[in-house]
Design a protein around this ligand. Structure first.
Ligand code: AMP
Length: 190
């Protein structure tokens, strides 16, 4: 099973490139952000809890996100592979993912890290906010999401570098060119 983590700051293109990967490699998509937004839309307890964090651009607590992941993962067990989009975002989440995969006889296959500079990220997120209507795509929340990325999520890169699974890819250029580079990296490990 191909287990791809797509890694990068908010606005780096994870969602867009995930869609391309899903089509080309027939993968199931696990986006914790999408799961949380669906819970919010349905007005569940989990959704209500998540809303407070998402609106401020903060991370939803690890135990909540980790707890919800096992069920999602099991619902995808017949897929050819999974793409993890927006998870893991902290060291404890990465440890939990490795444990969950190990228990299922699997492991992380590759970590694709989309590299984009901060001014470009802010530009993209503001533009996306004008179209998406996402409550967290406003300047104040964007800034705190980028801080959270820098402080809590980007340290994961070092962790995946030591496992030899990290493939940094420049996330600037056309969507097609970037996807070509991602596909080459995935084909290399297959
Ligand atoms: P995303 O759609 O991946 O940009 O996620 C939107 C928001 O959902 C984030 O800013 C967090 O508040 C929350 N979120 C999504 N995934 C996670 C995660 N793995 N850990 C904690 N919070 C998350």
């Amino acid at each position: 099973m191909l287990n791809v983590i797509i890694f990068g700051a908010p606005g780096s293109g994870k969602g867009t490139q995930s869609e391309n990967l899903i089509k080309k490699y027939n993968l199931a998509h696990i986006s914790t952000g999408d799961v949380l937004r669906a819970e919010m839309k349905n007005g569940t307890e989990l959704g209500k809890l998540a809303e407070n964090y998402i609106a401020k651009g903060q991370l939803v607590p690890d135990d909540v996100v980790i707890g919800m992941l096992a069920n999602v993962l099991d619902s995808k067990k017949d897929a050819a592979g999974v793409i993890f989009d927006g998870f893991p975002r902290t060291i404890p989440q990465s440890e939990a993912l490795e444990k969950m995969l190990k228990e299922r006889g699997q492991e992380v296959s590759i970590v694709v890290s989309l590299e984009v500079e901060e001014p470009e990220l802010i530009d993209r997120l503001i533009k996306r906010g004008q179209q998406s209507g996402r409550s967290d795509d406003n300047l104040e929340t964007i800034k705190s999401r980028l801080d959270v990325y820098k402080n809590q999520t980007s340290p994961l890169k070092e962790h995946y570098k030591t496992t030899g699974k990290l493939v940094p890819i420049k996330g600037i250029g056309t969507v097609e060119d970037i996807f070509l580079k991602i596909s080459e990296a995935v084909d290399n490990i297959k």
